[in-house]
Design a protein around this ligand. Structure first.
Ligand code: ZN
Length: 213
């Protein structure tokens, strides 16, 4: 067994994240659950003014992977998820002329989690597509819980909370990377900060998005 596969299995044990059954070596889902992923094809959607492409619908097994990556410390999931993104992205979307910009996490959250899942995805995607990572954004202010607030209040809170890091230069062609895109409020705040910092083109790639948008 290649060393890489063995190393991966230390972080991603060979069980299915959705049903707990056994999964093929190095795969986070069993064959049946992988078959249940809803692939979204080439279609890009406009999410809060940002063109977004995502590999799969945020439901069922995709939700299990996103939550594993985000809440269960399984940073190793970034690799197979990025592989799915790289394999399915429409030709030319993730071009070497662009740079991948991870959606930032609040510093406190990053400390607790130990990593930024969007950054892990961006790095894994960068290796597959030979596109550089430009980790140029940061969150400002205290992390606010978004649950239980109205949509507009939530968006206003998020809009003021993303900035370009001091002394960082946003890439001219930026591709925001996130694990999951739901309302688009965070992506819109990131895109605004990038454009204000000089990016001429901003689009977004996520592993999953809420279907029907
Ligand atoms: Zn399964």
């Amino acid at each position: 067994m290649p060393l890489l596969t063995r190393a991966l299995e230390l972080v991603v044990p060979p069980f299915c994240w959705e049903c707990g059954g056994s999964a093929p070596s190095g795969q986070p889902l069993c064959r049946a659950c992988r078959g249940a992923l809803r692939w979204l094809g080439d279609e890009q959607v406009d999410l809060a003014g940002v063109p977004l492409w995502a590999a799969v619908a945020y439901e069922g097994p995709a939700r299990a992977l996103v939550q594993g990556l985000k809440y269960h410390g399984a940073a190793g999931l970034a690799r197979p998820m990025a592989a799915q993104v790289a394999a399915c992205a429409p030709p030319g979307l993730i071009a070497p002329s662009a740079a991948l910009v991870p959606v930032p996490l609040h510093p406190g959250r990053r400390r607790r989690r130990g990593y930024n899942q969007a950054e892990r995805l961006a790095v894994a995607l960068s290796r597959r597509k030979a596109v550089p990572v430009a980790d140029v954004l940061c969150r400002q202010g205290a992390a606010t819980r978004q649950v239980g607030q109205g949509r507009e209040a939530r968006q206003a809170l998020i809009a003021g909370s993303v900035a370009v890091r001091p002394r960082a230069a946003p890439p001219s062609e930026a591709i925001l990377v996130d694990d999951v895109a739901t309302t688009g409020a965070t992506l819109a705040a990131c895109a605004a900060a990038l454009r204000a910092g000089g990016s001429r083109s901003v689009r977004a790639v996520a592993y999953a998005r809420t279907p029907g948008r």
